[in-house]
Design a protein around this ligand. Structure first.
Ligand SMILES: [Zn+2]
Length: 145
């Protein structure tokens, strides 16, 4: 199930009359907890912004193995291949063709995946919490920071 499906399912389950006020409030907390990540996942530029943020954090580090001194990631900038992407895998393989296979690609990709996973996990637990009117698992998922 993708993120949007999970959100609409949550809205349906949450609006049932047998969901207690306490559960509803906790679900609201859960949605706030993932709101920033949700915005990323929801936008076309989400991955782009994620990469940009990642490169900013690692600026100055050895982010690319290519020989080009003007290579954008070396300066904390987004590579042209990763702008306006529809297909993340294709964009990354285009990038790799010209820049070798820098480590940052796989760790940046892994962070993106775990971001997605975290959001899905919170949404799934929220659905279960609403379904069973039981927030114990939900508490665990959103208190892990
Ligand atoms: Zn490069």
């Amino acid at each position: 199930m993708n993120v949007n499906d999970l959100i609409s399912k949550l809205e349906t389950v949450r609006s049932r009359p047998d969901v207690s006020l306490e559960t509803d409030r906790r679900i609201k907390d859960a949605l706030e907890y993932i709101s920033e990540d949700l915005q990323y996942l929801d936008s076309n530029r989400g991955f782009e912004e994620h990469v940009e943020e990642y490169l900013k954090e690692t600026q100055g580090g050895n982010v690319c193995d290519c020989l080009n001194p003007m290579c954008p990631p070396k300066h904390g900038n987004l590579p042209v291949q990763i702008r306006d992407v529809d297909d993340i895998d294709k964009a990354l393989s285009d990038y790799r063709m010209q820049h070798g296979n820098p480590d940052w690609i796989s760790s940046c990709r892994a962070e993106w995946k775990s971001r997605k996973k975290r959001v899905k996990n919170v949404l799934e637990e929220s659905i279960l919490a609403a379904k069973h009117d039981d927030i114990s698992n939900l508490d665990e998922v959103i208190d892990d920071e």
